[in-house]
Design a protein around this ligand. Structure first.
Ligand SMILES: NC(=O)c1ccc[n+]([C@@H]2O[C@H](COP(=O)([O-])OP(=O)(O)OC[C@H]3O[C@@H](n4cnc5c(N)ncnc54)[C@H](OP(=O)(O)O)[C@@H]3O)[C@@H](O)[C@H]2O)c1
Length: 256
């Protein structure tokens, strides 16, 4: 496995993801869009999942304009979706591609920045469903396609610094990211040594997106890394250089 700074500076070969089929959730903007575009530039066919078709179309057009092998839009609202929706998606992937080589569970919502004493119950449920339960259910449903990958599928979940050390006022979001860390450790232990499937988490670190702006409205976004800056860690985990890397929680930025 590469060192932390090597992962953050990873330079992907231009054909790293040639013949790979990769699904990214939350692909309409922010980090998900950057990961989708970078993966397409490395040769992957992208399945763009998200809840706002117009935003997914923007990513689709950008991929089409960059000359990649192409993309498919998969509208899905993770919060409202159930097991049937996820299984339907798996059936469509199986019939169209026969396998899935990468899954980037990136979509997420922030919820409230407020004391737990005052957290709204319905928002708590929304955050936990979107950030953890739906991602678990989606991954479980897609497992037949992932296990059919001949290159060894890579599953990435998205963590956060507040999912590793509790911090006041981050509420359900922090709890959801702790759950993601636990999910990755548990699932990775279950697949360890059983083939080339690997399951890891990425902590993007402070990144210039709408979610970050919502969390820190007074912050100067120009001082933050952009989504494009942090894609090397994602490409590393999606490509063959990370075969055998399983059960890790990786930082996409070198922190001082
Ligand atoms: N930015 C940071 O500093 C930072 C730091 C640590 C971790 N993260 C994590 O990184 C990931 C990406 O965040 P981001 O910063 O790129 O945020 P973002 O710009 O707000 O993007 C979040 C994405 O998730 C999608 N999404 C939200 N709810 C959804 C639902 N119910 N169904 C389907 N898609 C849904 C959004 O779609 P719409 O645009 O259509 O709403 C959007 O594409 C998240 O998991 C976040 O927790 C970010």
């Amino acid at each position: 496995m590469l060192t932390k700074s090597q992962i953050c500076a990873y330079q992907a070969p231009h054909d790293l993801l040639k013949n790979h089929v990769i699904l990214v959730t939350g692909a309409g903007g922010g980090i998900g869009k950057a990961v989708a575009l970078a993966s397409a530039k490395c040769g992957a066919t992208l399945l763009l999942a998200g809840r706002t078709p117009a935003k997914l179309e923007g990513t689709y057009d950008a991929i089409a304009n960059s000359g990649g092998p192409g993309a498919v839009i998969c509208p899905i609202n993770l919060e409202g979706a159930d097991a049937d929706d996820f299984e339907q998606l798996n059936a469509e992937i199986e019939s169209q591609f026969g396998r899935l080589d990468g899954l980037v569970n990136n979509a997420g919502i922030l919820g409230q920045r407020t004391p737990l004493n005052h957290y709204k119950a319905d928002l708590w449920e929304s955050v936990i469903k979107t950030n953890v339960s739906a991602q678990y259910q989606l991954t479980q449903a897609l497992m037949p396609s992932l296990e059919a990958s001949s290159t060894g599928a890579s599953i990435i979940f998205t963590s956060s610094g507040v999912g590793r050390e509790g911090r006041a006022f981050w509420g359900a979001y922090a709890v959801s990211k702790f759950a993601v860390e636990g999910l990755v450790q548990t699932w990775a232990a279950e697949v360890e040594g059983m083939g080339t499937l690997r399951i890891n988490a990425i902590n993007p670190g402070a990144t210039r997106t709408q979610m970050r702006a919502n969390a820190y409205p007074a912050e100067n976004p120009e001082r933050l890394k952009t989504p494009d800056d942090i894609v090397p860690a994602y490409l590393y985990l999606l490509g063959a250089d990370s075969l055998g890397v399983n059960g890790h929680s990786i930082d996409a930025q070198v922190t001082k």
